[in-house]
Ligand binder design. Structure first.
Ligand SMILES: [Mn+2]
Length: 294
């Protein structure tokens, strides 16, 4: 591949450039979407991040953008500073999201979704990277090398959808599932003021492309309280880990905790959908395996 720095046919820079942005020193003064596509075309390896304590739009947009990048034949690392919440664990590709405090390695550009600053990610090590900011919040700020802020988008996922279309990437069922989740969560189940006729049109397209509105809605919305409870359990467990592990006292506390957790699962039996209950048990076992058990 020829050098990224001197590609012909590229005009004046669209943005004030900082250290580390040399590969994109000649990005055209095009509309943000076109400039972002150019960044994707020229680079090979990208970082995709979202804000700390990621929500449905963050997780779904990261996963979908990662899929778009991969379909373009490039590599994407998905990184957040905080864990993905439990209700999104089963989203396609969610296992690939890495949780770490600091970015390591070389990337041609970092995509920050739903952020108004580098700090919003709570990730260190972004300072030297060429940063692309994609956001839809009214509080969005042009802090990055390239900024695409669309207040009219119901979710950043909607913007990732536009990016996929512009890149000529076809919607796959997993991508549709992730994008549908971003809209469902950021519109509060199509109830908030950011809902437009076009939101439903996109939702329809995503369902036609393979998103299952009932499965996603059940997992993400209806079951949110149960998952929130599980998240509390998990947080408490993580808080207990470390120094005291292995002592008699902490073993007792761990046993008591497990008893409480099992109680929570028993109470979950009232969940009308047995499939949900089985899923929940499965998540529970995977997260807190019993030693020696299979
Ligand atoms: Mn959002």
């Amino acid at each position: 591949m020829s050098s990224l720095r001197h590609k012909p046919g590229i005009h004046a820079p669209a943005v004030a450039l900082k250290t580390g942005s040399a590969p994109y020193a000649s990005i055209p003064a095009a509309p943000p979407l076109a400039a972002i596509l150019e960044v994707l075309r020229r680079g090979e390896r990208f970082l995709v991040c979202a804000h700390m304590r990621p929500d449905g739009d963050s997780v779904g947009s990261m996963l979908a953008l990662g899929m778009v990048i991969e379909k373009m034949g490039k590599a994407a690392d998905l990184v957040t500073a905080d864990r993905v919440p439990i209700q999104y664990w089963q989203m396609p590709g969610a296992d690939a999201i890495q949780t770490m405090p600091r970015i390591r390695g070389a990337y041609d550009a970092a995509f920050l979704l739903e952020c108004d600053s580098l700090e919003r990610t709570r990730l260190r090590g972004l300072e030297e990277l060429f940063v692309v900011n994609i956001d839809h919040h009214l509080t969005g700020r042009e802090f990055a090398h390239l900024n695409w802020i669309d207040h009219g988008a119901a979710s950043v996922g909607e913007m990732v959808y536009q990016l996929a279309r512009a890149a000529g990437v076809r919607l796959s069922p997993p991508m549709a599932q992730c994008l549908y989740t971003t809209i469902l969560t950021d519109t509060g189940g199509f109830c908030y003021g950011n809902v437009r006729a076009s939101t439903f049109a996109l939702a329809r397209e995503l369902v036609e492309a393979g998103a299952d509105p009932i499965a996603i809605g059940t997992r993400v919305r209806t079951d949110q309280k149960s998952f929130a409870a599980m998240q509390c359990i998990e947080d408490r467990r993580e808080g207990m880990g470390g120094g005291n592990a292995g002592t008699r006292r902490s073993a007792r506390r761990r046993r008591n905790d497990r008893r409480a957790d099992c109680g929570f699962l028993r109470k979950s039996v009232h969940a009308a959908n047995p499939v949900l209950l089985i899923e929940r048990c499965f998540l529970f076992r995977r997260r807190f395996p019993v030693q020696g058990a299979r």
